[in-house]
Write a new protein. Structure first.
Length: 342
């Protein structure tokens, strides 16, 4: 009888938690619908001319038809649903409910950069962890002496490239103590000359999406992210960077795009350096794919993860994992529903 009651309580708790997850996914979708809906309205004149669509068609399809099917308003343009078949693309709702759901249970193991670094730094090549600052008690735990002239400071639980700072090695302690959040300090990455030639004002990284299917870890898709705005020192597309298509078999780069928020502009070359990335081959791609697979094996409870991997002259280096990767940024290059769900 006692075991029955315990089992029933566990069942009820799981039902409540699943209801909570469904609610969180719906709230996230509604927030996206509102945020991107305003952007659609703001840019409707521009998009009408660019895509030769009527105002009514844009409003109906982006704000009503495709959101009912689980897509965000911007997906109408990012996936070119005015000419492509929506059935080939995984929607926001499908992506979160079928693939991301498990990430809510374990997100801290990857999402917390300090825990993540401690978990992988002896297994996978990654920037050296220099120190950890605990904002709650004001203490700094030092792990290594910096061997680079610059140090990167990151909030332990930051996202989208927010609050990342690059400081001189001899001043990082002073700066990190001023942080309003718990943070890590790690060595600055000296990236491959290929990436410096594209854009040297940010550390540019590969975003590689891996999927756990049964006992296998599959590489689904990858892009190269590069910075674009001089006073923004990160490559995040959410901060104005460019996401460049990457052929995962050959390593050849294709077209690049900014986020819809930044105009959804297409590039064959970098607008600041004029470096023609279209048709160029990324170095160390196979090694980078192997690092992504090994990293996912370290966190087998996750179904899908987006890995940020830097490239140096001596090979790839794992920067971080993303348990809630931006699927729109991947699918604007090619539909992924079949690869993800079948």
């Amino acid at each position: 009888m006692r075991n029955y009651k315990q089992g029933y309580r566990l069942f009820v708790k799981m039902k409540i938690f699943n209801l909570y997850l469904d609610t969180m996914i719906l709230i996230g979708f509604l927030n996206g619908w509102v945020e991107y809906g305003f952007l659609i309205l703001k840019n409707i004149k521009r998009d009408s001319k660019r895509h030769n669509l009527s105002f009514l068609s844009i409003l109906y399809n982006s704000l009503i038809k495709y959101p009912i099917l689980g897509f965000l308003p911007i997906d109408f343009f990012c996936y070119r649903l005015y000419k492509n078949n929506y059935k080939e693309y995984i929607s926001y709702i499908e992506f979160y409910s079928k693939l991301i759901r498990r990430s809510f249970y374990f997100s801290d193991s990857i999402g917390n950069k300090f825990f993540f670094k401690k978990s992988i730094m002896k297994k996978i090549r990654t920037p050296k962890l220099i120190a950890y600052y605990n904002h709650k008690n004001g203490k700094i735990i030092k792990f290594a002496h910096p061997n680079t002239s610059k140090i990167v400071l990151k909030p332990s639980c930051g996202t989208l490239g927010n609050d990342i700072k690059v400081v001189k090695s001899d001043s990082y302690i002073k700066v990190i103590k001023k942080s309003k959040k718990s943070s890590i300090a790690e060595e600055f990455i000296k990236q491959h000359n290929f990436l410096n030639d594209i854009y040297s004002e940010s550390v540019n990284t590969l975003r590689i999406l891996t999927l756990k299917k049964n006992r296998d870890i599959l590489v689904i898709k990858g892009t190269l992210k590069v910075g674009r705005i001089p006073n923004v020192k990160v490559d995040n597309v959410a901060k104005g960077g460019i996401g460049i298509n990457l052929d995962m078999k050959t390593g050849i780069l294709g077209k690049g795009y900014t986020a819809y928020k930044y105009g959804f502009i297409e590039y064959n070359s970098h607008p600041k350096t004029n470096f023609l990335f279209y048709g160029k081959t990324v170095p160390f791609l196979e090694d980078a794919k192997n690092i992504a697979i090994e990293a996912h094996r370290c966190f087998p409870k996750f179904t899908i993860v987006g890995w940020d991997i830097a490239l140096t002259e001596t090979g790839p280096m794992l920067v971080e994992g993303n348990t809630f990767p931006n699927i729109t940024g991947m699918q604007l290059h090619e539909p992924l529903k079949d690869k993800l769900l079948n």
